[in-house]
Design a protein. Structure first.
Length: 94
């Protein structure tokens, strides 16, 4: 049997990394033991918080403070989010 997918929806913009990812990480840790796979809209977006450059990384900065590279344009983000939703069996809203 395939792992069920759960999409973790909630605020992202104008939040710090901890604020945006914290509850998602906690939820994932709880349900992972039951074989549930969480799909987070903030996965892979470490570049947005400045992780790609150790000189500019600030864990307290807000997501909107960084300029979006091409990978983070609205159409690309929307396409991935809609794909994640389509393959999810459930959605959790924060």
């Amino acid at each position: 049997m395939n792992k069920p997918f759960v999409y973790l929806a909630g605020p992202i913009v104008n939040l710090t990394q901890k604020e945006a990812q914290g509850w998602r990480s906690e939820f994932n840790a709880v349900v992972k033991q039951y074989g549930v796979h969480c799909l987070s809209p903030v996965r892979g977006k470490d570049l947005r918080w400045g992780y790609s450059d150790p000189e500019t990384y600030r864990p307290d900065c807000k997501l909107a403070e960084y300029t979006s590279p091409d990978l983070f344009t609205s159409p690309v983000i929307t396409r991935r989010d809609l794909f994640d939703l389509a393959r999810s069996q459930a959605m959790v809203l924060h």
